[in-house]
Design a protein around this ligand. Structure first.
Ligand SMILES: [Zn+2]
Ligand SMILES: [Zn+2]
Length: 436
């Protein structure tokens, strides 16, 4: 097999890896990079003509957002993913097309893409022209998968985005009996300093901080990835309210968070056992809590912005690159009683990253908005941290080669250095090709 990185090498975003077998050319992921400018994988029309199929690890746009582009360019091959991944792709990609309106993407393309969807089950092998492919749970978001590719001689494992902790929603990534001679791993939190404290202690601190703000009459804004983090945060807050750890206030949800919540609800068999049992045996459906209030009218949105009564707002986008969060910020950021809580990764060049680094003014639309509200960050990451990545790598049988992607270059390099000489490890560049 030969592997070429068309994106996500030395960066977080536009994941797209070309795997060439003897007869087959497949893409692992087809993502875009969202930021001040939108960036795409390096995939010209000639190369696209040679692609037989795309296999997508999960629905986040940095792994799936290029699909409407390639189908608009006339690609006719199949795309493989799990059932929830396709359902979430429909929501995320439609939203992205509506907001970004990227050039070259045909109208109605999401509808046309459906004809090419091939649903795969976890652990069930399928073939693409001589390559054997299998997806196993990645614990990152609903339906997320790691991908194994086997050509009869060599075995490649690609993590996509991966999490080894049990979360409110999901079981951790599947790590039993993993064997591969080559691993392509993400390294979002692979840096020396990326050692997460226990989730419980992070959540307790976050709850204390929220309580303090609510007590003083302020509201909380939680920008979040619409899929995964948002639902996780909602369930966590609801639990604290039920157990008295937080005062009961409305948890307002705006934008695609609500659609994604419904997709979680009807794909609950992809969630962790405990959640399934709560719904099936106890008739206690955490997805339908009375504390969740969808913001579905202009009047309600205005009321929420006035903070009367105070509440917690969970909405997109997670790095403040777009979405309803910007409208809330434009109205609520000048009030020092309010608080913004960041819960996920903040890429370089985004408003979220600027706030994290202490920016006291943000440009939103045409205007500059003064930032008077407090900004705090709690690491509720859906990614593995460095110790977890190292432990995972040490458990893969027969591993010889490691390619580190999906990370800021410094973090990927630090992960490489800590792996020592046991493996043949590289941090490839985009367009670099490696034989395995
Ligand atoms: Zn992801
Ligand atoms: Zn990603």
């Amino acid at each position: 097999m030969r592997v070429t990185f068309l994106g996500a090498a030395g960066e977080v975003g536009r994941s797209c890896i070309l795997v060439k077998g003897e007869d087959a050319n497949i893409l692992l992921d087809a993502g875009i990079k969202l930021g001040s400018v939108e960036e795409y994988p390096t995939l010209d029309e000639a190369l696209l003509k040679e692609i037989d199929a795309v296999v997508v690890t999960h629905a986040h746009l940095d792994h799936s957002g290029y699909l409407p582009h390639i189908y608009s360019k006339g690609f006719k091959g199949p795309v493989y993913a799990t059932k929830p991944t396709f359902e979430l792709i429909n929501v995320l990609v439609s939203d992205y097309l509506k907001i970004s309106n990227p050039s070259g993407v045909k109208k109605g393309i999401v509808q046309q893409m459906q004809h090419h969807y091939n649903i795969v089950e976890y652990h069930k092998e399928f073939g693409i022209k001589g390559l054997k492919v299998k997806m196993v749970p990645a614990g990152h978001i609903l339906g997320s998968a790691m991908i194994e590719v086997h050509d009869g001689r060599n075995r490649l494992l690609y993590t996509g985005d991966v999490n080894f902790r049990t979360t409110k929603l999901l079981d951790p990534a599947y790590t039993e009996r993993l064997a591969a001679d080559t691993l392509i791993t993400e390294s979002t939190y692979g840096g020396d300093a990326d050692i997460f404290p226990s989730e419980r202690s992070v959540l307790n601190k976050m709850a204390m901080s929220i309580k303090e703000t609510l007590r003083s009459g302020g509201s909380i804004l939680i920008p979040s990835f619409g899929v995964g983090r948002a639902q996780e945060v909602m369930l966590v807050l609801d639990d604290y309210m039920r157990s008295g750890g937080l005062p009961t206030v409305p948890i307002y949800t705006d934008g695609m968070v609500n659609k994604a919540l419904r997709i979680h609800r009807h794909n609950v068999i992809y969630c962790r056992d405990e959640l399934q049992k709560r719904i099936l045996l106890n008739d206690d459906d955490p997805f339908k809590s009375r504390n969740f209030v969808p913001v579905d009218t202009v009047q309600l949105r205005r009321q929420v912005m006035r903070g009367n009564p105070p509440g917690i707002i969970v909405t997109t986008s997670g790095m403040l690159t777009g979405g309803p969060i910007l409208r809330y910020m434009a109205h609520m950021a000048q009030n020092e009683r309010n608080k913004l809580i960041l819960v996920g990764y903040q890429a370089e060049g985004t408003r979220g990253r600027a706030l994290l680094e202490g920016a006291r003014s943000l440009s939103i639309g045409e205007r500059n908005v003064d930032i008077k509200l407090a900004v705090e960050k709690y690491s509720l990451s859906a990614h593995a941290d460095r110790p977890q990545l190292l432990h995972f790598i040490s458990r893969i049988k027969g591993l010889r080669n490691i390619m580190i992607v999906h990370g800021e270059p410094e973090k990927s390099r630090q992960l490489m250095l800590s792996l020592g000489r046991r493996y043949n490890t590289t941090v490839p560049l985009n367009l670099e090709s490696l034989s395995i």
